[in-house]
Ligand binder design. Structure first.
Ligand SMILES: [Zn+2]
Length: 145
């Protein structure tokens, strides 16, 4: 029986993956040594498989980069949250500590600025907390997919 290019074409994927029998392997190699068309065919298979692999690698890399970015973003907001809570509480404590007093000239001195400052930090703590919550929900939704 003559080995046609069609037969080799059928065998090439198996040959490429090293899963065909020894005899088939030999047959393919013999044919490849004489037939340029089938050699090209084998090259094409190599290229295709490499491309698929590269695409998968890129996907994995993108996922890692995305996760890293998310982690960085959430630790950034966690830092703001922590700082805001401490600063807000600090303002209240400082306000109570300093208290109000009357100067020798009769002016009432109160650290009023600390109160809106404390609210401001409280607001920033609240918003970073909300952002963190949204990010956590989003991540859970993505992971559940
Ligand atoms: Zn051939």
């Amino acid at each position: 029986m003559r080995i046609t290019c069609e037969i080799i074409k059928d065998l090439l994927p198996l040959y490429h993956d090293n899963v065909c029998s020894k005899d088939s392997c030999k047959l393919v190699e013999e044919h490849l040594s004489t037939c340029e068309k089938c050699r090209d065919e084998l090259k094409q298979i190599n290229i295709e498989i490499k491309t698929v692999k590269n695409t998968e690698d890129v996907k994995v890399m993108n996922n890692i980069a995305k996760k890293w970015k998310q982690d960085r973003l959430s630790s950034f907001f966690a830092g703001i949250l922590l700082f805001s809570i401490i600063a807000s509480a600090g303002c209240v404590v400082a306000y109570n500590r300093i208290g109000s007093y009357v100067t020798a000239e009769g002016f009432l001195v109160e650290p009023f600025a600390l109160i809106p400052l404390s609210y401001l930090f409280g607001l920033s703590a609240l918003s970073s907390g909300v952002i963190l919550g949204i990010m956590a929900i989003k991540r859970r939704m993505v992971n559940a997919k």
